[in-house]
Ligand binder design. Structure first.
Ligand code: PHE
Length: 342
């Protein structure tokens, strides 16, 4: 019996086989148990010899089962370690991470600076009614300014009842929307995409502007000047800037000014605040009374300034990017070079 079971145990290939052997040998109805039951029929002398022998056999089989079980477990573990090993010294697989586009980066920077000055963010649609884009901004249908904008008009089918729409040519229509929605007083900025049919090294048919609008009872041109200077100091990270307000004309502001920034170019990098060059960075002025009127704001009670900054232009200046067209080519090498890490 001993020989038979010890051999079977040694030959068992897995835990299930071991369990079968255990039941057959030392289970309640196993062979060893049956033999033990026979002890009762034996003479006391026989029992004294056989009892300890059977008990020892039972112990020996249990021990053999346990040992074999452990050996099988070790073998299984060895097998797993062999097939499922990890090489912790292997270099990690590269996980391609995108970059933040300079336009997004600069939009974020500009928005943060104006938010710190108490401006909140407003938005408007890129497909705009020509009323918001032109009429409400004091540009009536046959005004020459409509030509200057190189507008993209939305196609209209015969009998279309909807008002005519354009791809907005500037963010100024958001002035109208913000005032209609919030009234006065108001301080908002509105970053976004704008469209004009134009294409060369510094013009793309889609580009970005950020509009600013501040209306209150006694806001003046002086407030505009301070706000823009403060913005330039923060944006270009310099202690002093010099701005030049050049008389200009926009139908929606009176007076109007284009604003230039004193700068110089040193080794292809822009130096702000010193030098003999002037870089135009924005258009601005005091909001025209007709624009306030069209927006439901009483021009006898309220006044204020507005400005429109070219975001892409700012990005080119601050980060020394030469060609605007490359901004929108989605060339991965360009994006890696000029992009910002998240
Ligand atoms: N909307 C003008 C442009 O696109 C800029 C501007 C905005 C001028 C606000 C004055 C006031 O050129």
């Amino acid at each position: 019996l001993r020989q038979k079971y010890l051999e079977a145990i040694a030959g068992a290939g897995d835990e299930a086989a071991l369990e079968d052997i255990r039941v057959a040998a030392v289970g309640k109805k196993g062979e060893v148990a049956l033999k033990m039951r026979e002890l009762g029929k034996m003479s006391p002398e026989e029992r004294q010899v056989m009892g300890p022998k059977l008990n020892a056999l039972k112990d020996e089989i249990n021990a053999a089962l346990a040992a074999r079980k452990e050996a099988l477990g070790d073998a299984a573990l060895d097998e797993r370690l062999k097939t499922e090993w990890l090489d912790v010294t292997l270099p990690a697989r590269p996980r391609p991470a995108g970059t933040i586009h300079p336009v997004s980066q600069v939009t974020e920077e500009v928005t943060t600076i104006f938010a710190d000055m108490g401006f909140s963010v407003a938005e408007g649609p890129q497909i705009e009614t020509d009323w918001h884009n032109f009429d409400a901004l004091n540009i009536p249908p046959h005004h020459p300014a409509r030509q200057e904008f190189d507008t993209f008009y939305m196609h209209r089918e015969e009998g279309d009842e909807r008002p005519p729409h354009v791809l907005r040519t500037h963010t100024s229509p958001v002035q109208i929307r913000a005032m209609l929605a919030q009234g006065a007083p108001i301080r908002v900025i509105a970053p976004g995409r704008v469209y004009r049919s134009d294409y060369d090294q510094t013009h793309t048919p889609m580009f970005h502007q950020i509009e600013g609008l501040a209306i209150d009872r006694d806001i003046s041109m002086a407030n505009l000047k301070w706000t823009l200077e403060e913005f330039c100091r923060a944006f270009f990270e310099v202690d002093e800037v010099e701005l030049r307000f050049r008389a200009s004309h926009f139908p929606f502001t009176e007076p109007s000014a284009e604003v230039d920034l004193r700068c110089s170019w040193q080794d292809g990098r822009l130096k702000v605040g010193e030098g003999d060059d002037w870089m135009e960075i924005l258009g601005s002025g005091m909001v025209h009374p007709k624009v306030l009127e069209a927006s439901g704001v009483d021009p006898n009670e309220w006044q204020g300034f507005a400005f429109g900054i070219g975001i892409d232009r700012l990005a080119m200046l601050k980060y020394g990017i030469p060609d605007l067209r490359a901004f929108f080519d989605s060339d991965l090498r360009w994006l890696r070079h000029y992009g910002f890490s998240a």
